[in-house]
Write a protein that binds this ligand. Sequence first.
Ligand SMILES: C[S@@+](CC[C@H](N)C(=O)[O-])C[C@H]1O[C@@H](n2cnc3c(N)ncnc32)[C@H](O)[C@@H]1O
Length: 231
Amino acid sequence: MSRKNIQLTEKLEDYIFRNSVRESPTFRKLREETGTLAQANMQISPEEGQFLHLLAKLSGAKRILEIGTFTGYSSLCFASALPEDGVLLCCDISETWTNIARKYWKETGLEWKIRLKLGSALETLQVLLDSESFPDWASGFAFGPSSVDLVFLDADKESYPDYYRLIMKLLKPGGLLIVDNVLWDGSVADSSHQEPSTIAIRKLNETIYKDDSVDLSMIPSADGISLVRKK
Ligand SMILES: C[S@@+](CC[C@H](N)C(=O)[O-])C[C@H]1O[C@@H](n2cnc3c(N)ncnc32)[C@H](O)[C@@H]1O
């Protein structure tokens, strides 16, 4: 039995890219436009995007919630995996960055499957759980407890533990939560790192590990991805 993961050299990463990534020209254009921003490193990689797309298809998700949209790369990966009657609700605080996303939602013809809610995502999730009337921004997105098939968590790390509490209420039994950056560049395993973001990610990882109501796999790919299935 081996506990080791293969070490990725640049050559091997290049091989993986050339032999597995099927990125459309529009997705690449978005990646290149985002590459000109100072915050470009917040964008997921095309390898991760294709993995998320496959997970969405495998799960058969119709209602997807994305927490942290930025310029839209992951949202394109999810929206393009949705069936005709599927909806993706994107949450972000930045109008500037999501305006770039909007441009690509239009260009790919996926706009009609996507709703955007600007504002604190913690507040948005609370509204989704509590609302008695359907707000305009959620049109077509059935919400309430146990209403969501898949959640992608990729926003402010300090709030990860609070997001988890609300997400578990929103997810259907059998629903999937995908958490990004669970290894936080390795800092989670290095006790000299005591930044609020690292502490919060450690706390979430521990909470999920101890939570008997979910199945879990922590994948050492990209910056660490946890797959969490609500039982
Ligand atoms: C890592 S980026 C998301 C990357 C994106 N998933 C992609 O594929 O390019 C994190 C995003 O979370 C957003 N964000 C930060 N704090 C937030 C909050 N409290 N509520 C909602 N969004 C927030 C930021 O504006 C940023 O766009």
